[in-house]
Write a protein that binds this ligand. Structure first.
Ligand code: C5P
Length: 222
């Protein structure tokens, strides 16, 4: 990237998991370290963007020059994204948002009762990316973590969410994806009736972030 190509732009990045409370001491969550989203926030700030990072609970330092809001639930993440997004923002939705949350949160710690099993009723969380794609003019980039049929699922997700760019990664592999410092992305870009495909990496998440930012910068209509 040349000196500060993103100067004057506002990038909003979500990262990490969301955690959905079952009771005061237990929650539902998923295996996201937040590393990819934090790398994107860091490199976008280095490239001159004003960056708002909306992050679920992770054990990472906030990158220099990045404005970070920490949240727990998908509902709280949606609220922060709604506050942060302007119509000319770039929205990179890298968080592993929990699709479901417990329908009600028990106010006291749940106790074990006899030898019976336990059923927790779940309800659907709001889809933050879909909201951003439908309700704002922000340029939205999604992520798709899959364990099989990576490219088919990613392409249909792009349609469903109403976005034109999605980054698929195969999380069934040990060497890339969740938790580790490396990643490989297959990026799909829809242009009218055709979908272009571009591979980034395998490389460090920082390198992958740098190349993805460059690609978004090229593809995004100005
Ligand atoms: O549908 P799925 O969760 O697989 O879609 C993944 C993409 O959608 C990611 O970009 C993720 O950040 C976003 N997402 C979201 N809100 C949800 C679920 C997913 O923003 N409730």
């Amino acid at each position: 990237l040349s000196a500060k190509p993103l100067q004057g732009q506002h990038w909003v990045v979500t990262a990490g998991p969301t955690v959905e409370a079952i009771d005061p001491v237990r929650y539902l969550a998923n295996r996201s370290s937040g590393k990819m989203g934090y790398a994107i926030a860091e490199m976008a700030a280095k490239a001159g963007a004003k960056v708002t990072l909306v992050s679920g609970p992770v054990s990472l330092d906030v990158p220099f020059g990045v404005n970070c809001f920490k949240v727990e639930s998908a509902e709280a993440m949606l609220k922060q994204v709604q506050d942060a997004l302007d119509n000319d923002s770039v929205f990179v939705s890298c968080a592993a948002v929990a699709d479901y949350k417990p329908k009600t949160m028990a106010t006291e710690k749940m106790k074990k009762s006899g030898s019976e099993g336990l059923t927790i009723e779940l309800s659907q969380n709001p889809d933050i990316l879909r909201w951003a794609a439908q309700e704002t003019n922000a340029f939205c980039v999604g992520f798709a973590a899959e364990t099989q049929n990576v490219s088919d699922y990613a392409k249909s997700k792009m349609e469903r969410k109403g976005i034109t760019m999605i980054c698929a990664n195969d999380v069934s592999r040990d060497d890339i994806g969740f938790s580790c410092d490396h990643n490989e992305l297959l990026v799909f870009i829809r242009e009218h009736d055709t979908t272009k495909e571009q591979r980034i990496g395998p490389a460090s998440k920082i390198k992958v972030a740098e190349q993805l930012i460059e690609l978004i910068h090229q593809v995004r209509p100005s």
